[in-house]
Design a protein around this ligand. Sequence first.
Ligand SMILES: NC(=O)c1ccc[n+]([C@@H]2O[C@H](COP(=O)([O-])OP(=O)(O)OC[C@H]3O[C@@H](n4cnc5c(N)ncnc54)[C@H](OP(=O)(O)O)[C@@H]3O)[C@@H](O)[C@H]2O)c1
Length: 242
Amino acid sequence: MNYYFITGTSRGIGQALAERALQVENAQVIGFSRQQSIDHERYTHHNIDLAQVSDLGKLIDPVFTQLTDAKRIVLINNAGTLGDVKYFGSIADEKIDQLFSLNITAPAILMNHFIRAYEAEEAERIIINISSGVSQYPVDGWSGYCASKAALDMLSEVAALELEKQNVENFRVYSVAPGIVDTQMQTDIRETDEQNFSRLQKFKDYKANGALDNPQQTAEKYFYLINHPKKFQRVRQDVREF
Ligand SMILES: NC(=O)c1ccc[n+]([C@@H]2O[C@H](COP(=O)([O-])OP(=O)(O)OC[C@H]3O[C@@H](n4cnc5c(N)ncnc54)[C@H](OP(=O)(O)O)[C@@H]3O)[C@@H](O)[C@H]2O)c1
């Protein structure tokens, strides 16, 4: 049996990943988001606000149950937010807190509990954190977003190093940028104010020129990695290079 734990499954990339996972024979898919949009006999949904991090560990432990029949267990930290697109000096403090809670603290807690629960399993285990190209360079108006994705890359690097130091085999950790994908997040980007985000026109052009990938194509690329981990040795990956 294959098990896929995926955050942010109510729309966009996360929904496409969950629907792609359901195509795997007998796979069980466990999704987390504040709304539910998938209804399937092998899909279990947890209505949860992942930005409420204080009780997250307690809520998640009963979900990461022992899986004696597992051949592959996958955690995909996909849920994320762009946050308040503003320059420093104008950002709402609670939005800063919410962004880092959702984009960094929640994935770190899920990784912590997932590794604790499945470190000793024989099954193939994979953690994929959904990063972004902007983890590598600054974008004005996106301070929290860029910083949180850079931190997610480093969380992934450290987790992979620790598993290697402990000689844990058959357990891979990746931080994978998805490219530019036609989701609500891209709609939100196009609705921001140019004075808070100088690259606005570029993003409007991507949409107008049909340069966005669709979430299903993107999910397929993530599954190429999941199905061929030996081909992907580095922790940081970008689906545009696959
Ligand atoms: N789209 C792109 O071009 C692009 C590019 C680079 C990286 N990414 C990354 O890819 C990932 C998915 O992005 P997307 O474009 O699919 O975004 P999206 O369309 O905005 O979907 C975000 C998902 O995250 C969930 N979510 C948001 N806040 C949450 C919360 N507080 N608690 C639980 N779930 C929450 C949403 O569900 P609910 O609202 O139901 O909670 C939704 O299912 C993100 O990490 C994003 O940073 C996207």
